[in-house]
Design a protein around this ligand. Structure first.
Ligand code: BES
Ligand code: ZN
Ligand code: ZN
Length: 496
């Protein structure tokens, strides 16, 4: 989206998105052109626009010097304004404007919005995402016309808002790229393609990227990742371990971001019922999110050492597929009894975690994974489950969740769960017989490999994709986690 600034309402606009406040003392409306003020007053009088924040009203206008179409969105009381209101109200305006497929679109940038420029930058892009990328011909044309290509921001304060706005737009663009990766099915986004993507974004961001291919993984004895990969029968879908380095400081232990990169999860021989297999192309969300965050580090001025590690493979069925009862030796040397091939996420993650600990002596681990259906059952699509050992880190993560609306909610790992994950014949088993506390037991499995390194685990199974999008989302991949983890790292930076 191209952005331009105009200190006053330009002529020839098709659509104007106009935020309205309701504080009686608030002078903002009086700064709007007289004709617009009249329109707003009449919409209010006729209860077409409600004072309630985020309500909206669309007016067709036939007045000289006013845009043809004005979308009023309520921001409620100016004194109660908060990020979520701005996010939802601007997203509502954008979505309504998109539906009109018009070229000249503007947003009235009330002065009170100046301090929300980061959020607005993010949401301008996030609400403008094209999800139907694989339509063709006329249908694609129609979808593309619904994307706002250029937007004028009506404000005399360009100098005050531009830096934060553009930063927000960069984040929003990465959220959208992440969504496209999540949405791409495995015949389009193969293991190789996801690793290639990591290479491309690393190159663009000036970061080092190492892709370990299957041959190397065999030499490295990454037994857990390779076990899950066994049914994949083409070079295209051989397992990969992707490592992205952002190491500006010598002798500083990095923070490791670890992502689950299952490009499709059939469940393996413990096959998922078809009802649960739908959308399992999104099972690489963790990997896509950490790649997105890595690509943003320099742009967001993060000066700490950070590495991103993604374990990539599909989880398929076939003559060679790994089976229940197998004992596999992980990269750490610890043995895993496979009791359910559908609990593959924790199996691939343990090798990525052990690699980060062994090779980089990391000071903190943050992993993101669409790990358990149990987490969806517990928290739905509004909160990711957060578990781990790093209490201070988790408290900051929760705070940044509230700030970004990528919400997280703590779940416990009781020592009994850790006990239950022990195997009678190997060091650990990948599932436990009981039905309860599935998200926590998956975390207990990971904890066994994390050891003493401070650790935050985010189970994003419920938040990674949606069929009931929020105002700033589209169906399928949400990009949940990109803004959360970026904001977390930015907050750490400010503490330094
Ligand atoms: N990828 C799934 C988890 C998932 C479920 C993600 C629903 C998104 C939506 C994961 O690999 C899985 O299958 N987990 C099993 C674990 C079980 C076998 C202990 C599950 O949750 O059913
Ligand atoms: Zn699974
Ligand atoms: Zn999975």
């Amino acid at each position: 989206m191209q952005i331009s600034f105009s200190p006053s309402l330009p002529a020839g606009l098709d659509v104007l998105i106009c935020p309205v406040f309701f504080d009686k003392k608030h002078p903002e409306i009086s700064k709007y052109p007289k004709a617009l003020q009249e329109l707003i007053k009449s919409a209010l009088k006729n209860k077409q626009l409600l004072e309630k924040a985020e309500s909206s009203f669309d007016i067709q206008v036939y007045a000289p010097r006013l845009p043809k179409d004005i979308i009023l969105v309520s921001l409620g009381d100016v004194n109660k304004l908060k990020k979520s209101t701005v996010r939802n109200a601007v997203a509502t305006g954008i979505k309504m404007a998109r539906a009109k497929s018009k070229k000249q679109v503007a947003l009235y940038y009330a002065e009170e919005l100046n301090s929300y420029s980061r959020v607005i930058g993010e949401v301008l892009l996030m609400a403008n995402y094209l999800v139907a990328r694989y339509k063709t011909g006329k249908s694609l044309e129609i979808e593309k016309k619904r994307i706002i290509a250029a937007m004028t921001l009506v404000t005399p304060h360009k100098a005050v808002i531009e830096t934060e706005l553009r930063k927000g737009m960069q984040v929003g663009a990465v959220v959208n790229t992440t969504r496209s990766l999540i949405n791409d099915p495995p015949n389009i986004l193969s293991a190789r393609a996801l690793a290639e993507h990591a290479r491309t974004i690393s190159k663009d961001a000036g970061l080092k990227c190492i892709v370990f291919e299957k041959k190397e993984l065999v030499k490295m004895k990454m037994g857990a990742l390779l076990a899950v990969n066994r049914a994949s029968d083409s070079e295209e879908d051989d397992a990969r371990l992707v490592v992205i380095e952002h190491l500006p400081n010598k002798n500083e232990k990095p923070i490791a971001l670890i992502g689950k990169g299952i490009i499709f999860d059939t469940g393996g021989y413990d096959l998922k019922p078809s009802k649960h297999m739908g959308d399992m192309q999104t099972d690489m969300t963790g990997a896509a999110v950490i790649m997105g965050v890595m690509s943003l580090l320099k742009k967001l001025g993060i000066k700490r050492n950070v590495i991103g590690v993604a374990a990539i493979t599909a989880n398929l069925v076939g003559p060679k597929a790994y089976k229940s009862s197998e004992i596999i030796t992980s990269y750490s040397g610890k043995t895993i009894e496979i009791t359910n091939t559908d609990a593959e996420g924790r199996v691939v993650l343990c090798d990525a975690i052990s690699y980060a600990i062994k090779q980089y002596k990391v000071k903190q681990i943050i992993d993101l994974a669409t790990l358990t259906g149990a987490c969806c059952v517990a928290l739905g699509d509004r909160y990711a489950g957060m578990m781990g050992t790093d209490k201070k880190g988790m408290s900051l993560m929760r705070k940044m969740g509230r700030s970004t609306d990528d919400l997280v909610w703590p779940l416990p790992i009781h020592p009994d769960f850790e006990e239950k994950m022990k195997s009678k014949i190997a060091d650990i088993k990948n599932t436990e017989d009981g039905y309860y506390a599935g998200a926590s037991k998956a975390a207990a499995f990971l904890k066994f490999f994390v050891g003493k390194t401070p650790w935050i685990h985010l189970d994003i199974a419920g938040t990674a994709y949606t069929h009931d999008p929020k105002k700033y989302e589209s169906i399928l991949g949400t990009g949940f986690g990109v803004r959360l983890v970026s904001a977390y790292l930015e907050a750490l930076e400010q503490q330094a």
